[in-house]
Design a protein around this ligand. Structure first.
Ligand SMILES: *Cc1c(COP(=O)(O)O)cnc(C)c1O
Length: 482
């Protein structure tokens, strides 16, 4: 499969390989990579997926996207390694909540959130490609909690990678901090910055802007817009669909959404032929996407802190991939619309695109009090505790069933383990959710971190001193900052 940039203005856009897309993250023109053309799974392809283990379904689906770079046996090895350490044999198990409603549990990976499903594989894909090329990269990133821990867990102990994650000291939860600081690996570094998350992001940008450092250490990022992450996320939609009777029986999904990455993967699964009836988006009070779907207005607002912090996002970066499709794959039109969005804070009105988007998605905004009510309600009904992000999905899923009906089962995505957000869950249920046994000793383990001032010289010095390689082995391609 070949990929093109969402901002390429040429009538015959340049196409890139999966390997280029994996390593580059972002296109040179600032656009995001999307597949040039998607295959549709035929009856035979669906039969080979039925009843197969998750890792095998993953290898087969990934081979559609990455078949040029990896053969099927190689992909199988990588997916078995990536998902073999998940705490649940099914990797992404389905749990029935009531007659129509199911939960898809995506939190059985090492850091208790759905980002593990993509990042555990991404770390291995990176490492494999780099080893093949005899190259090494230094990954730097800023985190407000979740992505950093998943990235550290995914990159630890990989020969071709070093990773440095900057987080704001004293401003992440204890579980999030321990998930970063108890990673005991020579190539993985958690840096507590004496500053805010914005300071951390600025420091990472400054590291990328330091041309000598960037060249010497081959700086890279495992950012949320990397298409390999999107591809890895397609897998659980297909696996859940097959388990519930697809392609013979349609089903619906409800996805708690921030950057639009997860739900865009569902959209691709539908393009591959998964019969998705309703595709519902749940947002918290930061509801730019829900507002857009309701009214056609996509305008920026200030971020409101919520009980589901991983969705406290103003601008959903992956929406650009959908916009490319809505604008009939016209890269110049996408670039112009986004430039205007950045300048004015609002996407220029486009009635035709909006109508098409509404045929594809429905959106629901769920505020904190509705989130707590949903956690309490599910606990009363089933005895299960769900985290605030998952509760946004369940609340939106129920509203979608009531309003739009849909045919077949409705699957709400559970994107984090309740113990990752214990305060909100305890507030709603009166019971503090325990960590899974395999992680319980994290609270006693020794923490390893470096505290550094909010000062680019100090950070750059530390990264230089601790990165294991200090010479780039090939000309520096554009790799997109975090
Ligand atoms: C990142 C995250 C989300 C949002 O996913 P997007 O792909 O950004 O839409 C939802 N829930 C949890 C727990 C997350 O960590």
């Amino acid at each position: 499969m070949r990929y093109l940039s969402t901002r390429d203005p040429r009538p015959q856009p340049e196409t890139r390989s999966f390997e280029d897309v994996l390593l580059a993250g972002l296109a040179e023109d600032g656009g995001l990579f999307v597949p040039e053309r998607l295959p549709v799974l035929d009856a035979e392809a669906w039969r080979t997926l039925a009843g197969r283990p998750y890792a095998e379904v993953a290898a087969r689906i990934l081979s559609l996207f990455a078949g040029d770079a990896f053969d099927l046996p190689e992909l199988s090895q990588l997916t078995e390694a990536a998902y073999g350490e998940f705490r649940h044999g099914a990797v992404a198990p389905l749990v029935q909540l009531d007659e129509r409603l199911w939960l898809l549990e995506l939190f059985h990976g090492p850091t208790l959130a759905f980002k593990d499903l993509a990042l555990q594989l991404l770390g291995r894909l990176f490492d494999t490609v780099l080893a093949r090329r005899g190259e090494h990269v230094t990954i730097v990133g800023a985190t407000s909690g979740d992505t950093g821990s998943a990235a550290l867990a995914a990159c630890r102990d990989r020969d071709a990678l070093d990773i440095f994650v900057l987080y704001p000291q004293g401003r992440v939860s204890e579980v999030q901090r321990r998930q970063m600081t108890t990673v005991d690996a020579a190539n993985a570094h958690a840096i507590a910055v004496e500053g805010t998350f914005d300071d951390c992001q600025d420091l990472v940008k400054a590291l990328f802007a330091d041309t000598a450092l960037r060249r010497d250490l081959n700086l890279s990022a495992v950012n949320s817009i990397n298409f390999a992450r999107i591809a890895a996320q397609v897998v659980y939609y297909i696996a859940a669909g097959v388990a519930l009777g697809a392609p013979g029986r349609p089903l619906s999904f409800c996805v708690p959404t921030g950057n639009f990455g997860n739900v865009y993967s569902a959209h691709l699964a539908r393009a591959l032929g998964l019969p998705i009836d309703l595709l519902a988006i749940g947002t918290n009070a930061n509801d730019i996407l829900a507002r857009y779907l309701t009214s056609g207005d996509m305008s920026m607002a200030t971020v409101i802190p919520s009980l589901s912090p991983s969705m406290d996002i103003q601008v959903s970066s992956n929406f650009e991939r959908l916009l490319f499709e809505l604008k009939a794959e016209n890269g110049a039109a996408v670039a112009a619309a986004l430039q205007s969005f950045r300048q004015t804070g609002a996407l220029p009105a486009d009635e035709q695109s909006w109508r098409r988007a509404r045929e594809m998605f429905t959106g629901y905004s769920v505020d904190d009090s509705a989130t707590l009510e949903t956690i309490a309600d599910i606990y009363r009904q089933t005895g299960m505790q769900i985290d605030p992000h998952s509760a946004v999905a369940v609340n939106a899923a129920r509203r979608a069933l009531n309003r739009d009906g849909g045919t077949g089962p409705m699957v709400a995505l559970a994107t984090a383990h309740p113990a990752k957000f214990p305060d909100a869950v305890e507030q709603a249920t009166g019971v503090r959710p325990p960590l899974p046994p395999a992680l319980a000793d994290m609270m006693e383990q020794r923490e390893r971190m470096t505290v550094l001032p909010n000062d680019i010289a100090a950070i750059a010095k530390f990264v230089r001193a601790h990165a294991r390689r200090t010479r780039s082995s090939r000309p520096q391609p554009h790799r997109g900052a975090a």
